[in-house]
Ligand binder design. Structure first.
Ligand code: PGA
Ligand code: ZN
Length: 443
């Protein structure tokens, strides 16, 4: 027995930002330290994700988590009491083995991820340091480049426009705090432009303005105008980032656009995104094609991977093997890292390591269904991921995370280094002219 031996595990039902039930877990250790975490929930999910255990039926739309809470307070507590919270890999291996399914369906991805993260928090508390510092283990870490939603869309806004997230990133900012301040100006400016145009209709699931637009391009135009109105330079200072989340409207190489009343093939999708890249200062595109379109991902990355970061979310589902495969085949240049897609902290870390191995950009991400839990911020900083995506610039389940990151930046002090634009996962093709005048290209 040590003071990091697990003494108790307790699950309870709490509620997320969509008003749906979710699982919170408290873990207490022999030495008195405690840890707490809450499972988030996605709306546009990849088919390869760990799945949440929900009760089904009529009550609460089938979303209740009675069975998931019971698996925490029953089987998982039994299996974890007496184990060492400082050995995260062993804890996660026990839960994976107990569950026994490939997708964590039996005990529930929601039950497992909340427990895994609560154990991690308890271990940091026992070491008497903030979680990010516990994870950094003395290594120098950077504050992440934030990716912040201005307009919501896709599955988070009743498919009003196809693209799910119209976001900004501030590669020209000198610090995390400055990136946040610039984004605040852009968010404010976008709100006044929407109001002027009579299009201000509240916000979508992640707190970005409701996309009362007649085309994806109108959203992009408005975003560029908002950056300008904020007195910032579109591109060098504040750039655009998109999550197309194409699995939501694409299957078998056909993409059904909501507003256009037509379906595009893979090549036409790539051509449309290429036109957007030519027209707007876009530095990052997530899930440009559907999760079943690996060939499309390869074609898009070959065509534009030197001009923007190509992120796999539904396509890679925070899975180390899928990341390695995408790297080997040139199907992406970056990976979104969502703990509840993988299901445990250990598997999440493995996916991040696979991304790093491939020299991919790595973006730690929250979900559309969130809470006050700020674990992802600590993972992004402590693991030095370089980028962080937690939704928009409104609503406290989002602001809790940006604010936590500001506190960490302040705690690190004047030494704090900001990952900035260098964290983006794309490598512009270098044209080298050799002595005999021949041009060669390398990535
Ligand atoms: P989700 O959306 O949490 O609804 O899956 C976030 C994303 O697609 O990045
Ligand atoms: Zn996504």
């Amino acid at each position: 027995m040590t003071n990091t031996t697990i003494a108790a595990v307790h699950g309870r039902r709490v509620w997320d930002s969509r008003g749906r039930p979710t699982v919170e877990v408290d873990v207490s250790l022999r030495g008195g330290a405690t840890g707490r975490a809450i499972a988030p929930a996605g709306a546009s999910m990849g088919s390869g994700e760990a799945v949440d255990l929900r009760d089904g039926g009529k009550k609460l739309g089938g979303f209740d988590v009675g069975r998931a809470v019971a698996s925490v307070n029953g089987e998982m507590e039994q299996a974890l009491i007496g184990q060492d919270a400082a050995d995260q890999a062993a804890i996660d291996a026990i839960m994976i083995a107990r569950d026994g399914t490939a997708n964590k369906a039996r005990l529930g991805g929601n039950a497992i991820v909340a427990t895994s993260m609560a154990v991690l928090h308890a271990a940091a508390a026992a070491a008497k340091v903030p979680l990010w510092m516990h994870l950094a283990q003395g290594r120098k870490v950077r504050l992440p480049l934030p990716e912040i939603q201005i307009f919501g869309g896709g599955a988070h806004a009743a498919r009003r426009v196809d693209v799910q997230d119209f976001m900004v990133m501030c590669p020209g900012a000198a610090s995390f705090a400055q990136a946040i301040e610039w984004t605040a100006e852009v968010y404010l400016a976008a709100g006044s432009l929407m109001k002027q145009a009579g299009k201000l209709q509240g916000v979508a699931d992640e707190g970005g303005y409701w996309p009362a637009f007649t085309s994806n391009e109108e959203a992009l135009d408005t975003l560029v105008r908002a950056i300008e109105r904020a007195g910032l330079e579109p591109g060098p200072q504040v750039a655009i980032s998109l999550d197309v989340a194409a699995s939501e409207f694409g299957k078998n190489g056909r993409y059904a656009l909501a507003l256009d009343d037509r379906a595009l093939g893979t090549d036409e999708m790539i051509a449309m995104l290429g036109r957007w890249l030519d027209t707007y200062p876009i530095v990052s595109i997530e899930d440009p094609l559907a999760e079943d379109d690996a060939a499309g991902f390869r074609a898009f990355t070959a065509a534009y991977g030197d001009r923007c970061q190509v992120i796999g979310d539904d396509f890679l589902v925070t899975n180390a093997a899928r990341v390695a495969e995408a790297a080997a085949s040139g199907a992406a240049t970056a990976v979104l890292i969502k703990p509840n897609q993988a299901g445990t902290v250990t598997e999440t870390r493995a996916a991040l390591d696979a991304g790093r191995q491939a020299r991919f950009g790595t973006i730690v991400s929250a979900r559309s269904g969130e809470t006050e839990d700020t674990t992802v911020v600590h993972l992004a900083v402590g693991w030095d991921a370089g980028q962080l995506k937690v939704g928009s610039f409104s609503r406290s389940e989002r602001m809790a995370k940006w604010n936590e990151c500001l506190r960490i930046e302040e705690a690190i002090g004047p030494d704090a280094s900001f990952a900035g634009g260098a964290a983006l996962g794309f490598r512009p093709v270098q044209k080298k002219v050799t002595n005999d005048g021949l041009e060669s290209t390398s990535v």
